[in-house]
Design a protein around this ligand. Structure first.
Ligand code: RP5
Length: 191
């Protein structure tokens, strides 16, 4: 079931390099057939696009904006300053040696993502931004769905189902651990 023909969620990120992490939010929304519009808006490199986007988001009637950024992560806070649409910030752990890294897994930041986490959460009183954990874009997708579930009863049922599926999968894994013993379980799980 598709809940709306138009996008309900705006996903934005500070750089194309954030897309690997931010795709987690899109994948979650896609699984539940929630339409989203995705864009790159940099608070620092494209400041004029930032205010234009806020207006665009209002015109589109987005119910939620998911905004991911790394380092001096001003994107979620600045978007929240321009609009009353709820913003969920995703702090991203970025690399600081872009030109020397050999693989994507070598990404790191001087402050381990704490830089972006604090930039997003430490908003002044009166201008709130919700935030998920560092790189937890999937959780932002789930949180957006919980907000949308207040509007779409069918989605609420599916979000509740997702919760009970999670419960079942933990119980199942626990039963396996009990049966196999911790050492065998751990060896099999991480082999
Ligand atoms: C931030 O700077 C972006 O959100 C990104 O996480 C980080 C690095 O951007 P690039 O230098 O890879 O474009 O603004």
């Amino acid at each position: 079931m598709v809940f709306s023909k138009k996008p309900l969620v705006g996903i934005i990120m500070g750089s194309g390099s954030d897309s690997r992490i931010m795709s987690g939010a899109a994948e979650t929304l896609d699984r539940f057939n929630i339409k989203h519009e995705d864009q790159i808006i940099s608070a620092h490199r494209t400041p004029s696009r930032l205010s234009e986007y806020a207006q665009h988001a209002e015109e589109m009637g987005f119910d939620v904006i998911i905004a991911g950024a790394g380092g001096a992560a001003h994107l979620p806070g600045m978007i929240a300053s321009y609009t009353v649409i709820p913003v969920i910030g995703v702090p991203i752990l970025v690399y600081n040696d872009r030109h020397h890294r050999k693989t994507d897994t070598e990404k790191f930041s001087a402050f381990g993502g704490l830089d972006s986490l604090l930039s997003i959460t430490e908003m002044p009183s009166g201008s709130p931004v919700a935030a998920v954990g560092v790189n937890k874009a999937g959780n932002a997708g789930i949180y957006a769905m919980r907000i949308l579930a207040n509007k779409f009863p069918e989605l609420k049922k599916r979000v509740k189902q997702h919760k009970s599926d999670q419960h079942e999968s933990v119980v199942k894994e626990s039963e396996m651990m009990k049966k196999q013993g911790l050492s065998t379980f751990a060896k099999k799980r991480f082999k």
